[in-house]
Design a protein around this ligand. Structure first.
Ligand code: GLN
Length: 244
């Protein structure tokens, strides 16, 4: 089995260790004998998202978000088709903002988003920074995932319309520091402010994404177990530190 992962704008959208998410996806596949092809796509490069199994879109500065929007908007129709067909997408921070309706930067300019997620973001002069933990519910049975840990650093404050949040903030700011929600979910699209990188410390979430991708491409719904003691120790250490 082979999965194809598109890394969207790796040269522009890569903050606070976001690239570690790609490494984690590759490793957790390879440890189970699943091959992975990484397809890096940046400005002007062609891609058909329907051929991809997972798209990773990291965070970036306002400047970089402005630089890539034109290129990204030309990919909208193809990306929407793939998402409606079940493509798995993980978008972090700036990536999350660009999947929404718009991101209004401090001078009042609105960087238009792809309008795939019903949310909008307005920059504030107070950055929301720090460690975060969330309560989430992404699965069923003994492997169901209850918490995510990560790190946030954004000036954008995001408000959700008719889209589900990814989780509920236990500690930290989340989407806007006020309503208690964090991230967004639509079909197999997951958006979050959690950097860190996110996936190494949240192996159950990583496997959730991989299962969705394998299910869509090969009809395989289960993954071999790995020894996650180190990963879970890192997760639990942060969780205890934040909630104690
Ligand atoms: N530039 C955006 C903001 O500050 C996104 C930052 C990020 O991706 N960490 O809100």
């Amino acid at each position: 089995m082979r999965l194809r992962i598109c890394h969207l704008y790796p040269d522009l959208m890569d903050l606070y260790g976001d690239r570690g998410n790609i490494i984690t996806l590759v490793k957790r596949c390879n440890w189970r004998g699943i091959e992975v092809e990484i397809v890096p796509i940046s400005l002007g490069q062609k891609i058909d998202f329907r051929e991809m199994d997972l798209v990773f879109f990291g965070g970036g500065s306002d400047r970089e978000q402005g630089l890539l929007f034109d290129d990204l908007s030309g990919r909208r129709e193809n990306l929407v088709k793939a998402i409606e067909d079940g493509l798995v997408v993980l978008a972090i921070c700036g990536g999350l903002q660009l999947l929404g309706r718009y991101y209004q930067i401090p001078d009042g300019t609105k960087i238009p988003g792809l309008e795939i997620l019903d949310l909008w973001t307005i920059a504030s002069n107070k950055r929301l920074i720090g460690n975060v933990c969330l309560e989430v519910n992404l699965g069923e049975g003994p492997n169901s995932l209850n918490t995510l840990v990560g790190f946030e650093n954004h000036s954008g404050q995001t408000h959700l319309g008719q889209v589900k949040p990814l989780g509920k903030v236990m500690r930290g700011h989340g989407n806007n520091g006020q309503d208690g929600w964090e991230g967004a979910m639509y079909r197999n699209v997951f958006g979050t402010y959690l950097h860190g990188p996110l996936l190494p410390k949240n192996p159950i979430f990583t496997d959730h994404l991989l299962k969705l991708a394998l299910q869509r491409r090969f009809g395989v719904a289960s993954l071999g177990l790995l020894d996650d003691s180190l990963e879970l120790a890192a997760h639990n250490y942060m969780l205890n530190r934040l909630t104690r």
